[in-house]
Design a protein around this ligand. Structure first.
Ligand code: GLU
Length: 322
């Protein structure tokens, strides 16, 4: 079916979704990273970026929060740019784990394979793949440049978060060394883990994440800056990874109820990709038991349901100005 949606309908749906989700209580800030435990739990923002570059924002959409695991998406893209999607499939994989983001068990079960760049193990492995090999600063600059191009503006390291994570990331040390044991780390182990920890500590806004989502939805062409950030062949690859594991062990429930591939982070951010239509992002610190923002999930789901959209609906959707 061909479905026509007016720009005003999209703006109204975003406003209503924001208003409804704002009243939702429940969830708790991540407490295993001290910095995140102390962020104001009432912060909340919702952003949508359409593929003509229109940006719609409600609430705290310029607040810089910890990008955390949403950073796994841009670095997976960078690994694909530098090593091709096939190279990433061969070195890391593209399988859902069905287990929590930091699962060591997943790595053992997979029998030496990190599964996907969108869980901790695969993300540390992806950081190790980033070129140029052996040079921490150049690798870091490549990671930040890529995020900057995807968002159209630079993220900013939150030093306090970086120190907080570095002082407490013992589980990730275990994962990194297990990866080394399985020959799934392609550079220095400590450097790769440090790059992963640093990228998780980047401050980002929901408006920046919505633009990143829109760049992916637009086959690598940033709709705001008009820069072609990555080859269009990468878009369906990264979107399939987001769809299969973006919410960790709750990914199936998420896709079933929301209809949109999305990636979460324990900083409270969620970034959704609606191929050919828009990117969407929401941010609110309180999380559910799997580490996914309660309000951000509610807002994105409400937006999708109000517009009766979903990647599996089979509709051809056209957005028109009114
Ligand atoms: N830096 C966090 C960690 O490695 C990210 C987790 C997440 O956002 O899911 O534990």
């Amino acid at each position: 079916m061909e479905k026509v949606i007016k720009l005003s309908q999209i703006k109204n749906a975003a406003q209503e979704a924001y208003n409804e989700a704002k009243g939702i209580t429940g969830g708790k800030n991540a407490n295993y990273i001290p910095y995140l435990a102390n962020i104001d739990s009432n912060l909340f923002g919702l952003s949508v970026t359409l593929l003509d570059g229109t940006c719609i924002n409600f609430g705290d959409t310029e607040y810089k929060f910890g990008i955390e695991s949403v950073s796994k998406v841009p670095t997976a893209i960078l690994a694909m740019i530098q090593h091709t999607p096939e190279g990433v499939l061969e070195k890391i994989g593209a399988d859902a784990t069905g287990l929590p983001f930091n699962s060591i068990f997943a790595l053992l079960l997979e029998n030496d394979h990190p599964s996907t760049p969108l869980v901790n193990a695969g993300a540390i492995s992806a950081c190790s793949m980033v070129a140029p090999q052996g040079d921490s600063e150049d690798k870091w600059n490549a990671i930040v440049k890529n995020i900057t191009e995807l968002c159209g503006s630079a993220p900013q390291l939150i030093d306090e978060l970086y120190m907080s994570e570095t002082a407490t990331n013992f589980n990730n040390h275990a994962i990194a060394w297990l990866l080394k044991n399985y020959n799934r780390i392609y550079d220095d182990v400590d450097m790769s883990l440090d790059l992963y920890t640093r990228q998780c500590s980047l401050g980002i806004t929901s408006s920046q994440l919505a633009i990143m989502g829109a760049t992916i939805a637009n086959k690598g062409l940033n709709p705001v800056t008009k820069l072609q950030v990555f080859d269009e062949a990468i878009a369906p690859k990264i979107t399939s990874m987001i769809a299969s594991v973006g919410f960790y062990q709750h990914t199936g429930d998420w896709l079933y109820t929301s209809g949109i591939p999305a990636k979460t982070g324990v900083g409270g951010g969620v970034m959704g990709v609606m191929p050919g239509l828009f990117g969407i992002a929401a941010f609110a610190p309180p999380l559910d038991d799997a580490g996914n923002s309660v309000k951000a999930q509610a807002a994105i789901k409400a937006f999708m349901n109000k517009l009766e959209l979903g990647i599996f609906k089979g509709d051809t959707v056209k957005i028109i100005n009114d």
